[in-house]
Design a protein around this ligand. Sequence first.
Ligand code: AMP
Ligand code: MG
Length: 349
Amino acid sequence: MDGYAARAEDTAAAPVTLEVVGTAAAGAPPEVTVRPGQAVRIMTGAMVPDGADTVVMVERTSAGTGGGVTIEVAASPGDHIRHPGEDLRVGQVLFEPGTELGPGHVGVLASVGADVVEVVPPARVGVLSTGDELSSDRGELRPGHIRDSNRPMLLALVKQAGWVPVDLGTAPDDEDEITGAIKRGVATCDAILTSGGVSVGDFDFVKVVLDRLGDMHWWQVAVKPAKPLAFGTVKGTPVFGLPGNPVSSLVSFELFARPALRQMTGHRHLFRPEVPAVADEALHRRPDGKLHLVRVLAIPDDEGRLHVRSSGGQSSHLLRAMALANALALLPDGGGVKAGETVKVMLLT
Ligand code: AMP
Ligand code: MG
């Protein structure tokens, strides 16, 4: 603290005027000693001079007679003094394995001179879009074409999760092209996300190629959206075959790829938090044996209770409603929830 280093017992009868015998600045041991009746002008971050056991902040002092300083308020020993070992002790474990290093952790590591630490490197995650209808150029779309929204979206999700996105481009519905792209991805990435081509259409070659190259599992998951899912390995590299519909693609990433990749990269906490929220409007659904994940906007009220409303249409091609959502309401099989009822939501941010 900027102020005066002194002996607490000398300040007991404050106001009291002490002789100022020097200055202690940050960065070097002070060359003065504080004796009875004396004080040293001290700056924040400076070492406490020998003899002093307290620091009086400058705001509690005034100019005294003969160049001295008047201490206005009695100080206690140890006031405004920090000791080695208060934050960390020798031998203490700084952080447990599996800790995600955030800005604070980086600061702590720097504070002990740990410039180099062993970490799980961020995974390089390749993203491949498939489909003859996908156009990547910015020009006018030809009839039958749509723009490739999944690839930029999945690359952004990978980046948001802290990994290195690797753009594997867009492959047409062609076995050789998809084979080439997957092989390129396997050679350069720690994991691969594909989107599209995993359903039962005549041109869903991702399925054919992955079955030929790797050891894949094909699932129908009882969730809506994001029902079809493929997972397996190609030459040891994990491959997630995500559905083509953009909302399904994003939700599959959240439900399956993100937790799996977090596990792969050494995280302890794999899943997004799930918390209760009040449905401010009815969230409808029909029984179909599936868990429905409804795109909602969750906003806390003044008491900190979350309130949710649908963020828009719930069909798996309505990507804007997904983009506007910050949570997925988890509606178990049944008839949905009525306005005012509690619903569990998975927070996406
Ligand atoms: P698919 O799984 O290939 O049958 O694709 C399902 C639906 O998602 C189709 O309507 C596709 O046009 C659409 N789709 C597939 N990939 C993408 C993509 N990368 N961006 C936008 N829509 C896509
Ligand atoms: Mg397709």
